[in-house]
Write a protein that binds this ligand. Structure first.
Ligand code: B4P
Length: 210
């Protein structure tokens, strides 16, 4: 039995987690995954892995992987699975001494889901739950256009790219919810309202697994 406060380096809370807590934070672009993940990490001390942030870091460093990712991201398309899965695996395997993960923006395809399950099975750490944030399309567009005024993100600056990202989510990513639902691991919560209210609803759901 692994106790949370014995193994995690930067823990700020009193939670004792008697098993790995591996969460997928799910939802359309702009649903608040990144916003809520930052708060959840603070509370539960899990390792936050955002594939979007990893790609943006590669872009900032002008790596070959970053340049390839940018060509897809700027158009609102998904980065190919072969690139994304390899990057995600490297990040997980580079951080073995954690008490769990918050996967933010991953998996976004069934192939990514299968690759994640294979990896976690090898590590003996299955996904605990997938929690989806439900947000209406017009709210998403408004949020991302607002963020685009200051973020410098090309994919937030253009409404047609934002709508493309939503279409890609509906076509390629929503099946991931059903994939984990087969194992009764998927749950949805309302992602509209104040950031604090949504955080409270997320914590209520997560605490059921502690
Ligand atoms: P991501 O970086 O994952 O970005 P996102 O979906 O836009 O953001 P998120 O849902 O985290 O929203 P946030 O909290 O920031 O992906 C970007 C691109 O990277 C993808 O389009 C794709 O090309 C590529 N990519 C990433 N992962 C990939 C993968 N696995 N496979 C292939 N390609 C991949 O919130 C958005 C805004 O809303 C913020 O400004 C925030 O302040 C605001 N907000 C949050 N909560 C709010 C609330 N309750 N009320 C009002 N505003 C709120």
């Amino acid at each position: 039995m692994i106790y949370f406060d014995l193994f995690c380096v930067s823990i700020k809370q009193d939670y004792k987690i008697s098993a790995m807590l591996n969460l997928i934070l799910f939802g359309p672009p702009g649903s608040g995954k990144g916003t809520q993940a930052a708060k959840l990490v603070e509370k539960y001390g899990l390792l936050h892995i955002s594939t979007g942030d990893l790609f943006r870091s590669e872009i900032d460093n002008q790596t070959a992987l970053g340049m390839e990712a940018k060509s897809f991201m700027d158009k609102g398309q998904l980065v190919p699975d072969s690139v994304t899965i390899g990057m995600l695996k490297n990040k997980v395997l580079a951080n073995p001494e954690v008490n769990g993960y918050i996967f933010d923006g991953f998996p976004r395809t069934i192939a990514q889901s299968e690759a994640l399950d294979d990896l976690l099975e090898e590590l003996g750490q299955p996904i605990t739950a997938l929690i989806a944030l439900e947000v209406e399309e017009e709210e998403i567009v408004a949020r991302l256009l607002e963020r685009g005024k200051t973020s410098g993100r090309p994919d937030d600056a253009d409404e047609s790219v934002i709508r493309k990202r939503i279409a890609v989510y509906l076509a390629q990513t929503t099946p991931v919810y059903e994939y984990y639902q087969q194992h009764e691991k998927s749950v949805s919560i309302k992602g509209m309202g104040t950031i604090e209210d949504i955080f409270h609803a997320l914590c209520t759901e997560i605490d059921r697994h502690l």
